[in-house]
Design a binder for this molecule. Structure first.
Ligand SMILES: [Zn+2]
Length: 439
């Protein structure tokens, strides 16, 4: 059995724990679409072993099997999927003008819980979001295994975020969200309750937002908060569930008010030495010398996205406002309005030129576009492609990478935030902690 030779699983108990985490990971990654026998084969498990593992995971509320919708003769095939009382990852996409919270189950199904506009300030966006999240955590406990938050700017260690065009500078996201702290994920297992460290006291919350405290549980689960860049999350989602699945080197670009990008290498966004790599939107890729709010001049992101579309039509832009205008403008371009078509074409050409520069540098196999990038691809593909191909080195023109709209639409950042939470949960230690708390 292949798994028996894997490092770190030397006793039968450790091997079982290792295989439980592998099986859950496989169910999650396939979107709960594979039958038990397919998973058994893919993971190199014996049939009896798989049956025991599924039984254990079902008993502790981690998996639930349903009969496959279609099967041939013989016994019905079972499809392992999320348990109705199983783990939930809270995923949040904080855009410049609104935030969205979703509850995501193992397998990736996301249910949107709440969408709310905000005023673009750190306090105006994050304090009400924190209150909303505390409410969801309270209501959904003890199912929540973590919260992932996507933001439209580079995220430094400790969850410090800069969003230049909203004038956010070193904003302490965990501090403003003020979520109740959970014990560390790496807490050593099996500490007798009498010796276990007390869960950390929740941060002080203004009386107006205070929630009824929940009695600390002896089996309190770790609930990490993961804060990340929206484009890096969107790229991660594309690598797990979209057009970059199985792609060794891919380039993902997310267009909203401006443009962000990430390079996906072996399924993960390339983060850089301090976690803020791949700020492709802030490179002078297409000429120009206009000052950017990031402090540099001639940034590519100034020419692609809502801000650029509105600027082309002489409309007010900036500050994370004008999404409705941009959507109307894209609709007008769809029916051939001349001014709107010109604005869209200009953005698509700027996008194509920048992509060619990045392709020359990184040699990706596929380039994916999300957010308004999907609309630029749909409305101005010939112009986008022409500029893209013209910027390529001759050696790349023979087999240029495919330009593909995202398979996940606007949901990529949210799904990537979810994946980052499940990445922390689908480990031997965290799964065992859940089992001890739920069996
Ligand atoms: Zn810039």
């Amino acid at each position: 059995m292949r798994a028996e030779h894997e490092a770190g699983a030397t006793t039968s108990g450790a091997l079982r724990a290792h295989n439980r985490a592998r099986l859950l990971r496989a169910v999650h990654d396939c979107g709960a679409s594979l039958t038990r026998s397919q998973l058994t084969r893919d993971l190199g498990l014996a049939r009896g072993t798989a049956s025991v593992l599924v039984g254990e995971l079902a008993e502790s509320g981690l998996l639930h099997e349903e009969p496959a919708p279609e099967h041939g003769r013989g016994r019905p095939t079972q499809v392992p999927g999320p348990h109705p009382r199983g783990p939930i990852a809270l995923a949040v996409d904080v855009r410049e003008d609104a935030w969205e919270v979703a509850a995501c189950e193992l397998g990736g199904r996301a249910t949107v819980l709440e969408v709310r506009p905000h005023d673009g300030t750190p306090e105006g966006a994050l304090v009400p979001l924190g209150a909303a999240l505390r409410g969801h955590l309270e209501r959904l406990a003890p199912r929540v295994v973590g919260t992932g938050v996507a933001l439209a700017g580079p995220v430094r260690p400790g969850g410090l975020v800069d969003i230049a065009h909203l004038r956010w500078s070193s904003v302490d996201v965990p501090g403003l969200l003020a979520l109740p702290q959970a014990p560390e994920l790496q807490a050593p297992p099996r500490i007798p309750a009498s010796q276990a460290p007390e869960p950390q006291a929740p941060p002080r919350i203004p009386a107006s937002q205070a929630l009824e405290p929940r009695p600390p549980s002896r089996h309190a689960l770790p609930r990490p908060l993961v804060v990340g860049n929206d484009t890096a999350f969107a790229g991660l989602a594309e690598a797990r569930r979209g057009e970059l699945r199985g792609v060794a080197v891919g380039l993902h670009l997310h267009v909203d008010f401006d443009l962000g990008g990430t390079l996906i290498v072996d399924g993960r966004p390339l983060a850089g030495a301090t976690g803020v790599g791949a700020e492709f939107g802030h490179m002078p890729l297409i000429g120009g010398d206009a000052p950017c709010m990031c402090g540099a001049y001639g940034c590519w992101g100034q020419e692609v996205g809502t801000n650029a579309l509105l600027r082309h039509l002489g409309l007010t832009h900036g500050g994370g406002r004008g999404r409705d205008h941009a959507e109307r403008l894209l609709s007008a371009a769809t029916v051939g309005d001349e001014g709107a078509v010109r604005a869209v074409t200009s953005c698509a050409e700027a996008l194509g030129r920048g992509v060619s520069a990045l392709v020359n540098a990184h040699d990706p196999e596929v380039v994916t576009l999300s957010g308004f990038g999907v609309d630029l691809h749909r409305l101005a593909l010939p112009q986008l492609t022409e500029r893209f191909e013209r910027g390529l080195m001759a050696i790349r023109r023979e087999r240029p990478p495919r330009l593909a709209p995202s398979a996940l639409g606007w949901r990529g950042s949210l799904i990537g935030a979810m994946e980052s939470v499940f990445d922390a949960f689908l480990t031997v230690d965290a799964v065992d902690q859940w089992r001890r708390a739920h069996t």
